[in-house]
Design a protein around this ligand. Structure first.
Ligand code: DNO
Length: 344
């Protein structure tokens, strides 16, 4: 396994030199943030990002994300041009040493939370999700920070209208159309693409979601069996689905070489759907983090790992989920788990 850390480029308040000081940190997970979805990333921008990481003793082998334009998910407008651009991005990134691209295929919204500053008893802050609150919101009037992409209210309304009535089958067929277009570039360059699961793993606001559970993965792997076509095993996202057996999935998909990237974090369940993000350690929440890591190791997992969302602790402020301190603690904990389990 290679331990990595998400870094939001030059605009990130966390210096690369601090990230390097986290024990066993091999590299950053980053992206070119100032190019709109659908466009080709200038090679100079890729070279510059990589140079910054390398100057600080860090690799840049994982990109999260190359965003998928909504026209691709809707299979409309400039869909095919955007797919060709995506394939070009794969080639360019591969040329500069990138081995894995994390992306998602969630319509309109990426991860969704109702509170980005939920205070725990110990005074730490984290992200939380309350299902009843989500159900009572008007999606067209939403504005939540943190997405890779955000929309003006009028754009959001038009986009939501465009998805009206879309079935899971149609979205999956649009997804296959996208993969048909980009898979040759992956195979030709050796690039692994790792789809991030839906977060949370169920339909939101009537929008279909198709990367939420074992059945979804089986359908995806059956359609595109290439080794390059894999997943980002995100424990927090998949784990919000009470029916997902994360330990079994971790073992099976690691064994099949499908897990290119793992996002590891813990959540504490609240009610049937709700959850609150907590410290990474097993006992802090509802997910069996130790057993999941053990299953990954026993399945022969050798991909990239990053500690996912951390809490805000010790007075730190900044991007929700992406402070330095708690993610560094998470990395240290995960390093310990992997070392102990691997040596056993
Ligand atoms: C949230 C992240 C997601 C992830 C995208 C990948 O913190 O895990 O935003 O980067 O879904 O495309």
């Amino acid at each position: 396994m290679k331990m990595t850390f998400r870094w939001y480029g030059k605009g990130d308040s966390i210096p690369l030199s601090y990230i390097k000081q986290i024990p066993n940190m091999s590299g950053v997970v980053t992206a070119v943030y100032d190019v709109p979805a659908g466009q080709v990333w200038p090679e100079e921008a890729i070279i510059e990002l990589k140079a910054l990481a390398n100057q600080n003793g860090l690799e840049m082998e994982v990109i999260e994300s190359v965003p998928v334009h909504e026209d691709i998910k809707l299979r409309r407008g400039k869909c095919d041009e955007y797919i060709a651009n995506y394939a070009e991005n794969i080639r360019r990134l591969a040329k500069h040493g990138v081995k894995c691209i994390c992306y998602n295929f969630m319509p309109v919204f990426d991860w969704l939370r109702t509170n980005l500053h939920h205070m725990a008893e110990d005074g730490s802050f984290s992200l939380s999700y309350n299902h009843e609150e989500i159900m009572s919101l008007d999606p067209a009037a939403l504005s939540l920070p943190g997405w890779d992409e955000s929309y003006a209210p009028s754009e959001l309304k038009a986009l939501l209208d465009a998805y009206k009535g879309m079935t899971h089958e149609t979205l999956f067929s649009n997804y296959c159309h996208f993969l048909e277009g980009v898979m040759p570039a992956c195979v030709e360059t050796g690039m692994n693409i790792a789809v991030h699961p839906d977060d949370p793993p169920w339909d939101i606001f009537g929008l279909p979601r198709i990367v939420s559970c074992k059945e979804d993965y089986e359908r995806l792997f059956a359609a595109f069996p290439q080794n390059n076509n894999g997943i980002t095993f995100c424990t927090g996202s998949l784990g919000a689905g009470r029916d997902n057996d994360l330990v079994q999935m971790a073992y099976d998909y690691a064994k099949r070489g499908k897990i290119h990237f793992a996002h590891i974090r813990n959540i504490a369940y609240e009610g049937d759907y709700g959850f609150c993000e907590v410290a990474h350690k097993t006992e802090a929440g509802s997910l069996p983090i130790y057993d999941i890591v053990k299953a990954l190791v026993e399945g022969g997992f050798d991909g990239y790992v990053r500690p996912d969302h951390g809490r805000h602790i010790w007075g730190e402020e900044g991007k929700p989920g992406y402070g330095l301190y708690d993610r560094a603690l998470g990395a240290a904990y995960l390093n310990g788990l992997f070392e102990a389990i691997e040596k056993k």
